[in-house]
Write a protein that binds this ligand. Structure first.
Ligand code: CU
Length: 394
């Protein structure tokens, strides 16, 4: 696989072994439902109850085994620290949304896998038009690459060849295309041209320049295709590769101009000269990293790949309580070892600009991740970096 979908979370399979044990347990006189709860680890039950207590959810049921759900997933340990990974898929069967018309968003894992050793990358991008929650209780009919907005993070070395297979399924309504900013090619033929529903095409390009790059659908009206979710990040590592760090995350900032609930986004509102978005988000969902903080170890090296996908608003990327000691923005570099001892507080990213940003947290605690264009913080562009146990008093 040459692309990395950050949303890959294994679905749980209930364990038959555990179910049999439950049947022979001392509480066999009770119903099977109660025996599951009695045998479940208390911490698992508590996490489940907490998840199910969120707005719009039903009371938890124990008709399948919460512990086995834990132990049959790739995450294995069902702890408070990783309950986010279970919240949208694995725990849903225990307490489905009380009102199915209210959207529950799908959490996006911000971790970035390392670059593969391959020098040729076969990337399949499938245009998918689908309803997606962009905030708790708010969904829109988005247009996506591979079913998520943003699309997959694509990470390559300098000089690698990227072979793209773009598919527009016949079930779609619209033409789509893809424009890789990390590539060099004419706009009006070959790679960037649009394909209709039912069509596919292949093309390739070479990653000649390092950086954090945008890709997006360029089909007219391009504004509407970007505003509806058709964008993603390409990371081209610099010559010699990036130095290893302790944590790596990818954040794509973008804004939404919503139409009616469950409908398509508003092109008219996005197209205004003084466009005013309803939501400004990191990785496609308002406040998802406030709800589920990004966890790091205190004193360790943390690297963020940040892209402002727009379509139209500027970003001033800032993490409260930290100083960026390395910033590589659009090829311009600030190094920790610079002779003047300079640091960076916020990285300005116009639409389509990207940066590599490094920092170290000074102590355990919470560090808000924001755009310092503060009118957008209340619209969803706010997350939390949780360092250590999140409690500075320890
Ligand atoms: Cu499109």
């Amino acid at each position: 696989m040459r692309y990395f979908n950050q949303n890959q979370i294994s679905l749980a399979t209930p364990s038959l072994t555990f179910t049999k044990r439950s049947l022979y347990s001392l509480v066999g006189m009770f119903s099977l439902i109660i025996s599951h709860q009695a045998n479940a680890h208390p911490e698992h039950v508590n996490i489940l109850k907490e998840w199910c207590s969120e707005a719009g959810r039903t009371a938890p049921t124990f008709s399948s085994d919460v512990c086995s759900t834990c132990h049959n997933t790739s995450n294995y340990k069902f702890s408070t620290a990783n309950k986010e990974a279970f919240s949208t898929k694995n725990l849903d069967p225990f307490c489905p949304s009380a009102n199915p018309t209210v959207s529950v968003y799908e959490w996006r894992d911000p971790k970035v896998p390392p670059v593969s050793s391959s020098r040729v990358h076969n990337i399949e991008l499938v245009a998918q038009e689908k309803q997606i929650a962009i905030a708790a209780g708010v969904s829109q009919q988005l247009w996506t690459f591979n079913g998520t907005a943003p699309g997959p993070v694509i990470r390559v070395h300098l000089g690698d060849t990227i072979r793209v297979h773009l598919v527009n399924p016949a079930t779609n309504k619209l033409s789509h295309s893809v424009d890789f900013h990390a590539s060099e090619m004419a706009w009006n033929m070959g790679g960037m041209t649009s394909i209709k529903p039912g069509e596919e095409k292949f093309f390739e390009w070479k990653a000649n320049y390092a950086g954090v790059w945008m890709y997006h659908c360029g089909t007219p009206p391009t504004l509407h295709h970007i505003a509806s979710g058709m964008y993603g990040m390409v990371i081209v590592e610099p010559k010699g590769g990036l130095a290893p760090v302790d944590h790596e995350f990818a954040l794509v900032q973008s804004e939404f101009y919503t139409g009616s609930e469950g409908g398509i986004t508003s092109l008219a509102r996005a197209a205004k000269g003084n466009a005013s978005p309803n939501y400004v988000v990191f990785n496609g969902v308002a406040f998802q990293y406030k709800d589920h903080p990004i966890e790091v170890a205190t004193g360790k090296k943390v690297r963020f790949f940040v892209l402002n996908a727009g379509p139209s608003q500027d970003s001033a990327f800032h993490i409260v309580g930290t100083i960026f000691n390395r910033v590589i923005k659009e090829g311009v570099q600030l190094n920790p070892s610079n002779t003047g001892g300079y640091g960076s507080q916020a990285v300005d990213l116009a639409p389509a600009q990207g940066a590599i940003i490094e920092l170290t947290t000074a102590e355990d605690g919470l560090y808000p991740i924001v755009t310092h264009a503060f009118n957008y913080v209340g619209l969803g562009a706010m997350g939390l970096l949780k360092s250590g146990d999140g409690d500075p008093s320890h």
